[in-house]
Design a binder for this molecule. Structure first.
Ligand code: DAH
Length: 333
């Protein structure tokens, strides 16, 4: 090989470099280029082997050519490496950029059932007034559910409470009133309790009936209580729960365990009146049954429909919505 030929080879390597380096876009590819051109068997390195074969007069010139080529490619490699690193850094910056205005990851949040919300709110109102929470069993005996409440076996009022019987004399309670009896039998007056709980009746489900529903029973027995105290409690309660814009109506009713008995209706004009509870002065026969002296103490009680309260508050038209477990309904509360 002579000098001219070596110069030609240098040109070829230069062209090859230009072609190959343009295609190297990441640090790995640039490193491969370095090996391919400047490595021990690299395209540039092997050209140096030809120096010895040249006439001594040409060697200096050839050495210059080769060193120039080597320097050029080494410098280009540096540049290429820097460019690739910069591009990689920029791509990463771009990919990792945070947009702080984007909405966060949404996590579904549970909430309380509307009936639970209403129950707790009512509890709080009466706890503030000094009532205690009492509970009783959902599986009751005929005695507590009916007889002690002056609803004897043949009392026509039994028709009002279509019952689920589990065995002779054992049933699912049809109201929370039996808790009145249990509490009064277990403590001396004064008694001031609130009893929330599930009740069961053999009603066919429709927009206003459900075989399972909730009541809150209230009972206050003490010396000197009158119907006026009951009315005051009702007014305070309705104001606290509903706030302004609702009307209350108290009218006569009949329950075997109260005398006199009343029913309470609520409406948000111009809406319909909805009965929310039965109430009354505890019948002396009931007080006697639990061992209280009706000459000593009097009392009043009510049984409130929790579903009715929720329906009034939110304008819900169908009681079955409370038990359908439809998230579209439940998530609104
Ligand atoms: N227990 C009655 C019912 O379920 C409601 C009721 C009426 C409860 C009068 C009372 C009361 O405490 O005094 O229909």
């Amino acid at each position: 090989m002579d000098l001219a030929e070596l110069a030609g080879r240098c040109e070829e390597v230069r062209k090859e470099w230009a072609r190959a380096s343009a295609a190297a876009h990441d640090p790995g590819a640039v490193e491969a280029l370095r090996v391919r051109f400047l490595g021990r068997k690299g395209l540039v390195t092997v050209l140096f082997d030809h120096l010895r074969a040249l006439p001594p007069a040409d060697r200096a010139e050839a050495g210059k050519l080769l060193n120039a080529l080597k320097g050029e490619i080494a410098a280009a490699l540096e540049g290429r490496l820097a460019a690739v690193a910069q591009a990689a850094a920029e791509a990463r910056l771009q990919a990792e950029r945070y947009d702080l205005t984007l909405p966060g990851t949404w996590r579904p949040l549970g909430r309380l059932h509307p009936l639970t919300q209403v129950r707790r709110e009512i509890e709080e109102i009466f706890l503030r007034m000094g009532f205690d929470i009492a509970t009783g069993p959902e599986v009751e005996t005929d005695y507590y559910n009916f007889e002690a409440l002056a609803i004897g076996p043949d009392h026509p009022a039994r028709d009002d409470w279509d019952s689920f019987y589990l065995a002779d004399g054992v049933l699912l309670r049809t109201h929370t009133s039996p808790v009145q009896i249990r509490v009064m039998k277990s403590q001396k007056p004064p008694v001031r309790i609130l009893c929330p709980g599930r009740c069961y009746r053999r009603d066919n489900p429709d927009a206003t009936h459900s075989p399972v529903f909730h009541q809150i029973e209230l009972l206050w027995v003490e010396k000197g209580l009158t119907m006026a105290h009951l009315k005051w409690i009702l007014e305070e309660f309705v104001r606290a729960f509903f706030g302004p814009g609702y009307e209350m109506r108290i009218s006569a009713d009949f329950f075997p365990f109260t005398e006199p008995s009343a029913q309470v209706h609520i409406r948000k004009p111009p809406g319909r009146w909805l009965e929310i509870m039965g109430a009354g002065m505890v019948d002396p026969a009931v007080l006697t049954e639990v061992g209280y002296d009706p000459e000593e103490v009097t009392g009043f009680a009510f049984g409130l429909g929790v579903e009715r309260m929720a329906m009034l508050r939110w304008g819900i038209e169908d009681i079955r919505l409370f038990y359908g477990n439809d998230v579209r309904f439940l998530s609104q509360f």
